[in-house]
Design a binder for this molecule. Structure first.
Ligand code: B3M
Ligand code: ZN
Length: 567
């Protein structure tokens, strides 16, 4: 079923963003499967399609999350965010996710002025209502308790131990009127309420604009239904300022604004723009060249996010952009679900740092794990339509039986056999000798290319990689049916036909797998001597010319010994 048929518009530039992770901890496989891997796969795919792409990410350094992390580590929010920023960046790069810019909202020099300008513009247009309201307060600590400073039970779905701003389970925003049994994270005591002044954005005024945007947006079906449901319930006012001493000062002369900062979800998405400016300064020598990406009908902006960030990107951010007016609205918001976790022999659980039910990227890499194997294992279970389960034992099995036995072995056996029994180069074949089976094989390759292209255009990366693996199986069956090792003894010319077919298939895999397996496809391309042009997506299914010298095949996916295997 196709939920979003989207042809890449030729001539358009594409700006891809991935959610800015809070710089308060390390990244695990759930983060990667949610926002970062899909954005990287899409960017690599578009580049192979010849599209001019920029990718933007960075750390979200503000908000209560950072203050809490600093308290826990007896450090400061600035130091904590710098530390995790560096670790997250290294983890992402370690698995081949290299954003063109990985900024930091607390250190990007454009970010504070831009966020304040944005706020001021909305303020001047009368978008905010200044209001005194009751907020959580910790009397023992004499401190207001915004967002994650409070934990309690979600009044919508009943899930316990939820942060005061949003329920992890149902994704709904929480506030003092819906959170039950609220306790202060600072003292552990039940909270009290105290009056304080804040600036509220009335989202209901943007209901029509958000609905209109949603109708045209490229968005998965489940996200569309979810956001429609939220719109049907009616949008409400949200405070865009906080009582906190870490963040961007509220840019108003008003004495009531003293000591208050912008809500982190106000400044964080602006980070996509300020990071684009930092990138434009680097690449174009002018930060304002970012406008060509943010305010131009020649550019499409796509945000890749995890499900918990949906409201912020599809409602609040759209309202903010619509109100501000200087930037285009995103063409699409691509949302993936969470990944659950299953230890061998245990129940499926949520990924959790405290329970140890997660695989950390830095640990995986430090243990010698191959980046491409992890990318593959996450892409083939990508939680695109619903939550899915990551099981570390599956990763081993998939490496050995899918990547190794199906893909790696195919390259190995074809190249090895050709070099040792036929010729040191890719053999020439006579089209007059193509059998029905050969023609069928060529048609399958062509069809696979078309179907995978449609999947990639529709952000169905899981279907795409599944079809590529299946095509690898088709190739292995074709090898078994043709049995070149027997055929060579009786009909060397026909053997060359089969091999030529197979070399075309290897080339196809080397190109089409590139968005998923960047390291490995580099080796594949080297083994087949592919030129840069031959590696373009459009060229994936064009035949590989005969006569090219073959080098000794490399082992693409070394076997991983599972725990308990005989050495
Ligand atoms: N920092 C939430 C998160 O890390 C938030 C995303 C901001 S995107 C502008 O999941
Ligand atoms: Zn809930």
């Amino acid at each position: 079923m196709t939920t979003l048929t989207h042809k890449i518009s030729s001539g358009k530039n594409v700006l891809i963003t991935a959610a800015l992770p809070y710089a308060n901890g390390d990244l695990h496989v759930g983060h990667i499967a949610g926002a970062y891997l899909p954005s990287d796969i899409y960017a690599r795919y578009l580049r192979l399609q010849g599209v001019n792409v920029r990718t933007v990410c960075g750390s979200d350094d503000h908000g209560v999350a950072m203050v809490l992390a600093a308290l826990k580590e007896s450090s400061t929010p600035a130091a904590v965010s710098a530390k995790y920023h560096a670790r997250q960046k290294a983890a992402l790069e370690g698995i081949g996710i290299n954003f063109d810019i990985y900024g930091a909202t607390s250190r990007n020099k454009f970010h504070t002025p831009l966020s304040q300008k944005f706020f001021k513009k909305l303020f001047d247009q009368g978008c905010f209502t200044k209001k005194s309201s009751e907020q959580y307060y910790d009397s023992a600590k004499a401190s207001f308790l915004p967002d994650r400073f409070v934990r309690g039970t979600c009044g919508y779905c009943g899930t316990k131990e939820q942060n005061g701003d949003q329920c992890e389970n149902c994704g709904k925003e929480l506030d003092p009127t819906v959170l039950k049994d609220a306790r202060s994270v600072l003292s552990g005591e039940p909270v009290t309420l105290k009056q304080t002044v804040h600036w509220f954005l009335d989202l209901s005024k943007f209901q029509a604009q958000v609905a209109h945007w949603l109708d045209q947006a490229i968005i998965r079906q489940h996200t569309r239904s979810y956001v429609k449901g939220l719109l049907a319930q009616g949008l409400v006012e949200r405070s865009m300022t906080r009582d906190l001493d870490w963040g961007i000062p509220v840019p108003l002369e008003d004495p009531d604004a003293q000591g208050k900062v912008l809500y982190v979800w106000f400044d964080a998405p602006i980070g996509y723009i300020s990071n684009s400016m930092e990138l434009a300064e680097r690449l174009d020598g002018n930060p304002d060249a970012a406008n060509e990406w943010w305010n131009s009908d020649k550019t499409d902006v796509y945000h890749f996010i995890g499900e918990d960030n949906t409201i912020f990107h599809t409602i609040i951010w759209i309202a903010m952009l619509a109100a501000e007016g200087d930037y285009c609205l995103p063409r699409g918001v691509i949302v993936n679900h969470f990944l659950n976790f299953q230890k061998p022999g245990s129940e499926v659980e949520k990924m959790s740092k405290s329970r140890g039910t997660a695989v950390w990227i830095s640990e995986y890499l430090a243990g010698g794990g191959a980046p491409d194997v992890l990318r593959y294992a996450l892409a083939i279970i990508a939680p695109e339509e619903s939550r899915s389960v990551f099981n570390p034992a599956d990763l081993v099995a998939r490496n050995n039986s899918e990547l190794g036995a199906t893909i790696g072995n195919l390259f190995q056996r074809i190249i090895q056999f050709t070099r040792s029994k036929v010729s040191p180069e890719i053999p020439a074949s006579d089209p007059a000798r193509f059998t029905d089976l050969d023609k069928q094989f060529m048609a399958t390759l062509q069809r696979c290319h078309e179907e995978v292209t449609a999947d990639m255009n529709d952000f169905h990366f899981r279907d795409a990689i599944t079809k590529l693996l299946e095509f690898g199986r088709v190739c292995n069956r074709y090898v078994d049916e043709q049995a070149p090792w027997k055929m060579i003894k009786v009909d060397p010319e026909q053997t060359k036909v089969s091999l030529a077919m197979l070399f075309n298939a290897l080339k196809f895999l080397a190109v089409a797998l590139a968005p998923f397996l960047p390291d490995t496809t580099e080796k594949m391309a080297q083994m087949l001597g592919l030129s840069k042009d031959e590696r373009l997506w459009a060229q994936a299914s064009t035949p590989l010319p005969a006569g090219r010298e073959l080098i000794e095949p490399m082992i693409l996916f070394p076997r991983i010994e599972a725990e308990g295997d005989q050495k």
